[in-house]
Write a protein that binds this ligand. Structure first.
Ligand SMILES: NC(=O)c1ccc[n+]([C@@H]2O[C@H](COP(=O)([O-])OP(=O)(O)OC[C@H]3O[C@@H](n4cnc5c(N)ncnc54)[C@H](OP(=O)(O)O)[C@@H]3O)[C@@H](O)[C@H]2O)c1
Length: 310
C-alpha cells in the first residue's frame, strides 16, 4: 500500500509541476504571490486550496422549505464569490447534502468547488452505496475528498475508499473526529495508513491538536482540516460581547471572526478551517480571513491570552 501511495503522490506532483493543477505554490507559503487569497498546499499533491472552507452541520439541515433553501443558497453563493472552495458535509447532517445540491444547482460557478463529504454508517459493505448517494444529492460526478466520519467502521470503509481513490473515483481520502475524541486511534491511522486528509477540532479555545495531531500531520504529509473553529458558536458568541481590541486591528485583523479564523490558519500544519454559518452577514465576516496578513506567533499568543481573560 505505501508504494501505491507514493506512486500516486509522484503522479500528482508531476501533474502540478506541469501546470495541470492551477495555483501551485511551492513551500507551503500562506500568502499567495499573485493571488490575494490565502491558500494552502495539500501535501499529497501540491495542489492548493483556499484556507477557509465551509461546514454544513446544523446550518444546512433545513429540509425542503423553499425560503430556507433560498437563504442557504445565498450563504453558499457568498462563500464561493469570495474565493471559498472546500465545502464539508456528511450523511449524518440530515438534509444538508440535499440542500447543498439544491444550492449548487442554482449557482452559476466558474471557480472550482472542492467537494468533501463523509461515509457514516456501521454497515461495512455500504461504503460505495453511500458515496454514490451523496454524489447524487450534491449533483456531482466525483468527490474531491471522502472522509470516514468519526472513525465509524473505519477499517472497512478506509479500505474501500483507498481502492476508489486508486481507481480515480475519488481524489483524496481522509478520516475525521471532533471534540478531542479518539485522538490516539486517529494518530495510529495517520502513522499506518496512506490517508491524504485528517479532520479534527482546533480553535483558539481548544488547542489540544497542537500537542500531537498537528505535528504528526506535518510529519506524515497529511492535510489538516480544523472543524468547530468557533466551538460550535460558543467561542464567537463569547468574544463578540467584548470590543475588538485596537492592537489587533492595528496588526491588520478586521474583526473577531477574522482573528479567530486567522489564528487557526496561521498554524503551519493547518490546511483549512471550516466555520459553519446560516447567515450571509456572518459568511462575509468569516471570508475576510481569506485575505490580509496572518498573525505571527507572538500575536497568536497575545490573542489567546486576551480571549482567555474575557
Ligand atoms: N466529526 C466531524 O467530522 C465533525 C464534527 C464537528 C464539526 N464538523 C464540521 O465542522 C463544521 C464546523 O463546526 P460546527 O458547525 O460544529 O461549529 P462552528 O463552525 O465552530 O460554529 C458554528 C456556529 O457559529 C456561528 N457563527 C458562524 N460565523 C459567525 C460569525 N461571523 N459571527 C457569529 N457567529 C457565527 C453560527 O451561527 P450562525 O448560523 O448564526 O452564523 C453557528 O452557530 C461543521 O459544520 C461540520 O461540517 C465535523
Amino acid at each position: 500500500m505505501p508504494n501505491t501511495h507514493h506512486r500516486r503522490r509522484r503522479q500528482l506532483l508531476r501533474a502540478a509541476a506541469a501546470g495541470l493543477i492551477a495555483g501551485y505554490l511551492p513551500g507551503g507559503s500562506a500568502r499567495a504571490v499573485a493571488d490575494p487569497i490565502i491558500k494552502r498546499r495539500i501535501p499529497a499533491s501540491g495542489e492548493t486550496v483556499a484556507a477557509i472552507g465551509m461546514g454544513t452541520w446544523i446550518t444546512f439541515n433545513v429540509g425542503s422549505d423553499p425560503r430556507a433553501r433560498q437563504q442557504r443558497t445565498e450563504v453558499l453563493r457568498t462563500f464561493l464569490d469570495r474565493g471559498g472552495q472546500l465545502v464539508d458535509s456528511s450523511p449524518m447532517y440530515g438534509s444538508a447534502e440535499a440542500v447543498l445540491g439544491h444550492a449548487l444547482a442554482s449557482i452559476e460557478r466558474t471557480d472550482p468547488l472542492f467537494a468533501a463529504s463523509k461515509v457514516w454508517t456501521p454497515d461495512e459493505d455500504a461504503t460505495r452505496e453511500q458515496v454514490a448517494r451523496s454524489e447524487r444529492l450534491w449533483g456531482i460526478d466525483r468527490f474531491d475528498l471522502m472522509q470516514v466520519h468519526n472513525l465509524v467502521a473505519w477499517e472497512a470503509h478506509l479500505e474501500t475508499l483507498l481502492a476508489m481513490r486508486e481507481a480515480g473515483e475519488l481524489r483524496y481520502v481522509g478520516i475525521t473526529t471532533s471534540h478531542g475524541r479518539r485522538h490516539r486511534e486517529l494518530e495510529r491511522i495517520m502513522r499506518e495508513r496512506p490517508i491524504d486528509f485528517v479532520q479534527a477540532s482546533y480553535s483558539l479555545a481548544n488547542r489540544e491538536a497542537e500537542q500531537r495531531l498537528l505535528p504528526l500531520a506535518a510529519e506524515r504529509d497529511i492535510a489538516f482540516i480544523a472543524n468547530r473553529p468557533f466551538q460550535g458558536g460558543r467561542l464567537i458568541d463569547r468574544v463578540k460581547r467584548h470590543p475588538f481590541p485596537g492592537w489587533a486591528r492595528e496588526a491588520g485583523l478586521a474583526n473577531w471572526a477574522d482573528a479567530l479564523l486567522k489564528f487557526i490558519i496561521a498554524h503551519p500544519a493547518v490546511t483549512c478551517a471550516i466555520p459553519a454559518t446560516s447567515r450571509v452577514d456572518h459568511m462575509r465576516e468569516n471570508m475576510q480571513a481569506l485575505r490580509g496578513p496572518l498573525p505571527d506567533e507572538a500575536l497568536r499568543e497575545r490573542l489567546a491570552r486576551h480571549v482567555a481573560r474575557l
